[in-house]
Design a binder for this molecule. Structure first.
Ligand SMILES: Nc1ncnc2c1ncn2[C@@H]1O[C@H](COP(=O)(O)OP(=O)(O)OP(=O)(O)O)[C@@H](O)[C@H]1O
Length: 278
């Protein structure tokens, strides 16, 4: 079943020098449970693409194309109803947990607000248990709900964001460089957690990143963005063995040879990974 179908998405930002096309004619689709990676240099339009989907563009607007989520045309959804789609049907794991968590509210309250916003009713005891279970699923102690964000490490905060993203069991998770602010070991652990919960949920995921090696281990299919356009898409193995666009070749060539080999081997050996379900 097709979860997401983006057709010819075009996004413009208003700038003092006139409209700027940050995304032009981008098309790709995702099946249920699939993992798709969007790579590209800084400013190539990766974040703009998923912010457009979430209807969270600041200073920008969609000027062309269609966005279909589970077969529904998102353009037809009024702003007021869009709130019910976020978290319930698609959710965003943001780049910096720091800026997305409210510093003055305890973690439990912030997760609880998602249920409250979507009118999911629980007794206080049930809600505490459900939030505790959710935290446990992302590798955190249930008691983390009684803490404030500043009492948690960067990795823990990012895990909280993952817990929030899966709270209402969406069919699509959008993750914008969810681990870029973390050190390498924590990065791998948090990404592994994201992968596990995504698989358990059967949700499709769009992972944004610029680390080709990390991406190759996580996703089944890659899309390469360059100056607002999606210049190449395909299974990881194909992209690595037969890159078509000069920018893709450059991305692969810039990997240390060990990473290149390891990425290629993983993609080659694992038929499961090629289907994006690891
Ligand atoms: N609010 C805005 N107003 C004007 N231009 C913007 C705005 N937000 C982004 N842009 C421009 O749109 C282009 C695409 O930005 P975007 O953040 O989508 O890129 P990205 O590929 O996600 O980059 P990064 O990897 O650095 O996050 C860039 O040239 C950026 O400067």
């Amino acid at each position: 079943m097709t979860v997401l179908d983006i057709r010819n998405l075009t996004v413009e930002y208003r700038t003092p020098r006139g409209p700027f096309h940050a995304v032009r004619n981008v098309s790709f689709s995702l099946e249920a449970g699939e993992r798709f990676g969007l790579v590209g240099e800084s400013g190539s339009g990766k974040s703009t693409t998923i912010l457009a989907l979430m209807r969270m563009l600041r200073g920008g607007m969609i000027t062309g194309g269609e966005l279909l989520l589970n077969g529904r045309d998102l353009a037809a959804v009024p702003d007021a109803r869009y709130r019910t789609i976020r978290f319930a049907e698609m959710s965003l794991v943001p780049q910096g947990a720091m800026s997305s968590l409210n510093p003055v509210l305890k973690i439990g309250r912030q997760i609880g607000d998602i249920f409250a916003d979507h009118r999911v009713r629980h007794t206080p005891e049930a809600r505490r248990r459900i939030i505790g279970d959710l935290l446990a699923r992302v590798g955190l102690a249930p008691e983390v709900q009684d803490r404030f964000p500043h009492e948690l490490s960067g990795g823990m905060k990012q895990r909280v964001c993952i817990a929030m993203a899966i709270a209402l069991k969406p069919s699509l998770i959008l993750a914008d460089e969810p681990t870029s602010a973390l050190d390498v070991m924590v990065q791998k652990q948090v990404l592994a957690t994201l992968g596990r919960v995504q698989r358990e949920l059967g949700a499709a995921i769009v992972l944004i990143g610029h680390d080709m090696a990390l991406m190759a281990h996580f996703v089944g299919r890659l899309g390469v963005m360059y100056r607002g356009e999606l210049v190449e898409t395909g299974p990881v193995r194909e992209i690595f063995t037969n890159p078509q666009h000069p920018y893709t070749r450059m991305l692969i060539d810039s990997l240390p040879s060990f990473d290149r080999l390891a990425s290629f081997r993983t993609a080659k050996r694992s038929p499961v990974l090629q289907r994006g379900r690891v």
